[in-house]
Design a protein around this ligand. Structure first.
Ligand code: ADP
Ligand code: TYD
Length: 204
């Protein structure tokens, strides 16, 4: 199999990082190499985003969307640790990618503009597969409250519902151009992992 770029998407607390860990283990167990990563990154621009989220620096929603575009291009194109570089030798699993921008910023600013702003990332690094882990927002909120390592700006029930709806809108709009798989995330982590493993194995 050629190396794949797979993006995990879902509202906060939907189990993306849990599933990335499980898929990476299965891929390694199968004798292939894999790199796991996430957005916002922990590089310079990602850190700036975290400063905005923790109210150390105030920025407009448009500016935040722009910072994510810059962080994503760095994540993709960095000559040493960029995802394109990693893809030369291994599979890449990313916790969030451009559909996160469509969903999270599409709530605040025109989603078409967000899509246009992300065009360079899409053309240079289109994901082979986007896996959307769909979990009831009320369940996510409960999980988030039991696990306080998360960024708080977007974590109210109303917002999780709005972001989920925006994801669905973006998937519908892009369904002919992108490979999107929806997975029912209201199940045990192992059941979800089995389904994701068979999605992976079915990729060419
Ligand atoms: P995300 O990366 O999408 O924010 P996490 O993988 O960190 O989500 O999961 C959020 C919380 O929910 C964690 O405490 C995790 O252990 C728990 N969790 C993940 N998947 C499930 C699941 N299928 N059922 C119940 N709890 C889960
Ligand atoms: P993080 O703590 O990494 O949350 P999670 O584990 O749920 O991914 O925070 C990431 C936050 O950033 C999350 O609320 C979604 C948001 N986000 C955007 O608003 N736009 C984006 O383009 C991306 C990638 C993330």
């Amino acid at each position: 199999m050629t190396n794949k770029l797979i993006a995990f998407e879902g509202i906060d607390g939907s189990g993306k990082s849990t599933q990335i860990k499980k898929l990476a283990e299965k891929i390694k167990g199968n004798g292939e190499d894999v790199y796991t990563t996430f957005e916002p990154t922990d590089n310079y621009i990602g850190k700036l985003i975290r400063d905005v989220f923790s109210y150390r620096y105030e920025a407009s929603q448009e500016t935040i969307a722009g910072l994510f575009v810059a962080d994503r291009l760095d994540h993709l194109l960095h000559p040493e640790h960029g995802m394109l570089k990693m893809l030369e030798t291994k599979h890449v699993l990313t916790d969030r990618y451009y559909f996160s921008s469509y969903a999270y910023h599409g709530v605040h600013v025109d989603m078409t503009w967000v899509m246009e702003a992300n065009r360079m990332a899409v053309s240079k690094g289109k994901a082979d597969l986007h896996i959307f882990i769909d979990v009831n927002p009320e369940i996510c909120l409960k999980r988030i409250h039991n696990n306080r390592t998360h960024i708080e700006m977007y974590e109210t029930l109303d917002n999780l519902i709005r972001v989920r709806n925006q994801y669905l809108l973006a998937f519908d709009q892009m369904k002919d151009r992108e490979n999107i798989m929806m997975v029912d995330g209201n199940r045990s982590a192992d059941e979800i992992a089995e389904e994701i493993w068979s999605l992976f194995k079915n990729m060419e």
